[in-house]
Structures are given as C-alpha cells and as structure tokens.
Design a protein around this ligand. Structure first.
Ligand SMILES: [Zn+2]
Length: 50
C-alpha cells in the first residue's frame, strides 16, 4: 500500500530499519505484481466488446 516495496514497509526508510531479506522482498514484489496483473487481466477482459 505504501511506497516501501517490502513486507515490513521500512525498506528505504531512514527512521526505521528494514529487516526483510532480499528473498522476502522479491516474494513480496511478485505478489504485488501478481495481483496487479490479475486486476489488469480482469480489466482487460471486461470491455471485450465485439
Ligand atoms: Zn522490509
């Protein structure tokens, strides 16, 4: 939801320390992109007018 691309949300934050491993962040990102792609898929599917 925020602008920090990791599960804890502190990635890139200057006040908090991100403790996520690169693996976790990658997982998190792929989840986000996955849901984004799902939404896009649905969005594209809807206006299938012929
Ligand atoms: Zn983190």
């Amino acid at each position: 939801m925020g602008s920090h691309p990791c599960p804890c949300g502190y990635y890139g934050d200057q006040k908090r320390v991100c403790r996520c491993t690169p693996y976790k962040i990658e997982n998190y990102m792929s989840k986000i992109f996955g849901s984004l792609l799902d939404r896009i898929d649905i969005h594209v599917d809807v206006p299938a007018v012929q």
